[in-house]
Write a protein that binds this ligand. Structure first.
Ligand SMILES: [Zn+2]
Ligand SMILES: [Zn+2]
Length: 347
């Protein structure tokens, strides 16, 4: 059997570059992709740390695009040679959530995600169901093509928030998700401020022309109050997973809080009466939902400044080193300052 190179998550703390058999089309709706590029996501870091659901001995990588090189007998919507972006979350299409349009809550969603529960894009080839493929237009290159699914989650957030031109927006956490929300807010809202603790990412925020505060060094509640002429933020996007309490302190009466960052180890105390008294709208949501096509259009029409987003593109063979740039020591799973926003591997 022909072999390919793959970065495989063996178990908590163990990511290994190894040779695997190239998969081939089995099901009638299977599509085999020659992977072009794959992004490294914060949730890949969490999988390696054992802080995200995982399956040992799985090829990681859920942010990828590739070229169609083999198709099953029932594949009709993509052709050999098509360049496609992937929605890694496979939705069954039959459960009541899928059938009522809330596909992010599909009962199967946690059991089948590409790059999490079944082999993903940290490899030369990847087998995907046809319905997960979205053909890319020429305006979107192979690096940007890795970030369609990432943007799709943020567009789901934007659909939920309904951001207005007179909104004051605050974004807690300036990782890739905070970055994308900040680009939208710059285009749409009256004013936007972001918070971040990592020096490298603070410098990227400044590069984007954003107001940025370090919550470990500054009183962000005082800052947002002054920034908004005493009102506080109409919208607070919590993109860290650990600062909902802070989001609730920074939002204006009647304002919206979007708890977007994910960290299942965090517990927090809230005062229910304050949410009632100040009419705060807490808007939970999960993943993208019917937002892959809108995300392709946003990139195609060049609506976001994506230049400072990509820190570097490296070969798959150097993938282990990328986690160090993302602040994770693979030897002992400790954290240190980051030196990257988004790293993409070219396969
Ligand atoms: Zn991701
Ligand atoms: Zn379903």
């Amino acid at each position: 059997m022909e072999k390919m190179k793959a970065l495989v998550f063996k178990d908590v703390g163990r990511l290994v570059l190894e040779e695997r058999c190239i998969p081939h089309v089995k099901e009638p709706d299977d599509v085999l992709l020659k992977v072009k590029n794959v992004g490294i996501c914060g949730s890949d870091v969490k999988i390696i740390e054992g802080k995200h659901h995982f399956k040992p001995d799985t090829v990681l990588g859920h942010e990828f695009c590739g070229e169609v090189v083999e198709v099953g007998s029932h594949v009709h919507h993509v052709e050999l040679g098509d360049r496609v972006a992937i929605d890694n979350n496979i939705r069954c299409g039959f459960c009541s959530f899928c059938r009522m349009g809330l596909t992010s809550q599909c009962v199967d969603i946690k059991t089948s995600a590409l790059g999490v529960m079944r082999d993903g894009g940290y490899a030369e080839y990847c087998l995907v169901p046809e319905k997960q493929c979205f053909v890319l237009p020429d305006e979107i290159d192979d690096v940007l093509g890795t970030q369609v699914e990432t943007l799709a989650t943020v567009v789901n957030g934007m659909n939920t928030l309904l951001m207005l031109p007179y909104d004051y927006v605050m974004i807690l956490g300036f990782g890739p998700i905070g970055y994308l929300f900040a680009q939208f807010a710059k285009n749409i809202a009256a004013k936007v401020a972001v918070t971040e603790i990592d020096p490298f990412r603070i410098s990227v925020a400044r590069q984007c022309g954003l107001t940025v505060w370090n919550p470990n060094e500054e009183d962000v509640v005082k800052n947002i109050t002054e920034f908004t002429h005493g009102r506080k933020a109409d919208i607070v996007i919590e993109a860290t997973g650990n600062a909902l309490w802070q989001a609730l302190q920074c939002v204006t009466p009647g304002g919206k809080v979007l708890p977007f960052g994910m960290d299942s180890s965090i517990k927090t105390e809230i005062i229910p009466n304050e949410i009632t008294r100040w009419a705060t709208k807490i808007l939970g949501l999960y993943l993208g939902q019917n937002t892959m096509v809108p995300s392709i259009r946003i990139y195609q029409e060049n609506r976001l400044n994506m230049k400072p987003f990509f820190t570097k593109v490296i070969p798959l063979e150097e993938g282990l080193g990328a986690f160090d740039c993302l602040g994770l020591n693979l030897q002992d799973l400790t954290h240190h300052p980051k030196s990257a926003m988004k790293i993409v591997m070219k396969i």
